[in-house]
Design a protein around this ligand. Sequence first.
Ligand code: FE2
Length: 193
Amino acid sequence: MEVKAMPFTHNTSVVSRKQFDDHITLYNGYVTMTNLTDKTLATQPEYSTANASGGHFRGWKKTETYAINGIILHELYFQSLGSEAAEPQKKMQRLAERYFGGIDKWREDFTACATSARGWCILAYEQRTATCRNILLDTHDEGQIATAFPIIVLDMYEHAYFLDYGTDKATYINRFLSNLAWDVAEKRAGIIM
Ligand SMILES: [Fe+2]
């Protein structure tokens, strides 16, 4: 089944229209690559090349994970971008209190995690340890925990902020947190709280 891109419009004050539109172009690229990967693996898997060192089959299987995570994480990120200063709602307040000792402490930990990330910073509920964690991914397919359910997703690749913020990633992170789409986070938190 062909994967289709979700529609997103620029309605955030975290990044400029130009930064946002360029990012959407990258996102669309992951959708195209996923469809190409699915088609290739369905019609030309070339199973005889299967090898842990490299080759056709391994390459496409690696691309499959990378591109699909590229779609999912970007959609969660775009949905997390808000447009005005808002306050966390009840379930997110409870979640932050239970797992981090309050919103301010969660924010401090999330900021440190984002500052340290080369790819993604994600507030997630991890099912095996039954704990909410801020987790760090260096690429779409490196660092994810298999049973982590994402609640808030921040893109820390340089392509996400460099046009607007240059090397000032601290201001980007702060602006993201100050304009967070708390209503979206609240709905996701509702699944576990
Ligand atoms: Fe990105």
